[in-house]
Design a protein around this ligand. Structure first.
Ligand code: SF4
Length: 428
């Protein structure tokens, strides 16, 4: 069978695509990079927020058009849009040949022989996939340590789509990381909805530090990156471990969402401003060159001008290297959907622009300090890449003053900066 793939959404969903694609290839099926001539076009969708749903629908319509033109034989849809809307996907798009759940990805070869809608409950446990391939650049890889979430933030649909928190057994993660390193991955990013809760379900307590210590025992693993930490679960112990080695990038992605206590409370974020500040102060003290990435939601129901000004002041003060701003979206099925004092789209957008404007002033200050310094860089291509401050796909990109071999990690000097555009001279 010739198949092609459209993989949408977050790195967690990408690892699902990597696993079922590898299974098909291992069974002798052929992955086409262009859908023309495919027996089946698989769309692994995202569905956690309206804009992701719209993107999935556009891809479905494009696929159905290819089918109508006889360029692909069968259209199959899976992923979070199916987990969220189930039969409604078939009702909206009766021309789709096959709709299947994330659970059915495990038996992908058999599943693709079917037609119609096949909905199975989410897998109860995670484990080492028997086959794996990388759909990222060969020198980087995403290592999913857990899936699902128990945090139940008021605006989030993910717990309904990905189910309760399920950690992958530690020995499976160590084996998977070793395989990734053996196959050329130099930068392995640990991902989950909440990486800092790793092990809570399987081992009765958080085991991220122990997991990292065991990963570091494998000298084939060059660099690790910690993504998706939960504010008050980033411990002093974790910070000490990060500070103790260069093999864990001095970087952490902690989606904070807001800083004003009344908003954090209505978001059901399980932490308050004081805890967030304690975590960030501890990180900055333990790891002076720590690079912090975060996200904020503006326009959450009930957010006052005072709450928003507190957020602006916080961003001014803590100077995040990378920051994402999202306008609150009223997602059906979430508890926030029914909260009073919903904010107008005009005001959400105005606050979005004000926060980005504040962040651009922060980046100017950071750039003043960066010029002339030496940073660890990763070449994603001969003339471009990232520094340790930038995770793949979501953070900034840098250019090099001269070509280097792709897929390397090396020291480089910052020679110029303009906003997020930075140019580095490779010191190799
Ligand atoms: S931590 Fe909150 S925002 Fe993140 S996946 Fe879980 S419920 Fe959603």
């Amino acid at each position: 069978m010739k198949f092609s793939l459209v993989s949408l959404g977050c790195p967690k969903n990408l690892t699902n695509s990597e696993e079922f694609t590898a299974r098909l290839i291992a069974k002798g099926h052929e992955l086409l990079l262009d859908s023309n001539g495919a027996d089946v076009l698989i769309i692994n969708t995202c569905g956690f927020i309206a804009s992701a749903v719209q993107e999935a629908e556009r891809e479905i319509q494009a696929a159905l058009k290819l089918k109508k033109q006889g360029r692909v034989k069968k259209v199959a849809v899976t992923g979070c849009l199916v987990e969220r809307y189930k039969e409604k996907v078939a009702a909206d798009y009766p021309e789709i040949d096959l709709i299947f759940s994330i659970a059915d990805q495990e038996k992908i070869e058999k599943t693709l022989l079917k037609t119609g809608t096949h909905l199975s409950p989410l897998p109860k446990s995670l484990y080492l996939p028997e086959y794996k391939m990388s759909l990222t650049a060969p020198h980087t890889a995403y290592l999913k340590v857990a899936d699902g979430c128990n945090n139940r933030c008021a605006y989030c649909t993910i717990p309904f789509l990905r189910g309760p928190y399920r950690s992958k057994p530690m020995e499976d993660i160590l084996r998977e990381a070793d395989l990734m390193a053996q196959h050329g991955a130099k930068e392995i990013s640990l991902i989950a909805q909440d990486t800092t809760s790793y092990g809570q379900d399987l081992y009765g307590g958080p085991k991220l530090v122990e997991l990292l210590e065991n990963l570091l025992k494998n000298r084939a693993i060059k660099r690790l990156r910690i993504m998706y930490g939960y504010p008050h679960r980033v411990t002093d112990e974790l910070a000490r471990l990060i500070a103790s080695t260069q093999r864990i990038f001095h970087y952490i992605y902690i989606p904070l969402q807001h800083i004003a206590d009344p908003v954090l409370k209505r978001m059901n974020r399980h932490c308050d401003a004081a805890q967030i500040r304690r975590t960030l102060d501890m990180l900055n003290k333990r790891v002076p060159d720590i690079s912090l990435r975060t996200n904020f939601i503006v326009g959450f129901p009930g957010e006052t001008e005072a709450d928003f000004k507190e957020l602006l002041q916080f961003v001014h003060e803590y100077e995040f290297d990378n920051l994402g701003v999202f306008e609150y979206f009223r997602e059906p099925g979430t508890t926030a959907h029914d909260l009073p004092r919903q904010i107008s789209q005009r005001l959400k957008h105005e606050r979005h622009l004000r926060l980005e404007e504040m962040q651009s002033r922060v980046i100017d200050r950071i750039n003043k300090r960066l010029r002339g310094t030496v940073l660890e860089a990763i070449s994603d291509g001969p003339t471009f890449g990232r520094t340790y401050k930038d995770a793949p796909d979501i953070d900034g990109q840098v250019t090099f003053t001269r070509p280097v071999k792709a897929g390397q990690i090396f020291k480089a000097k910052v020679v110029s900066c303009d906003g997020y555009k930075r140019t580095l001279e490779p010191l190799i």
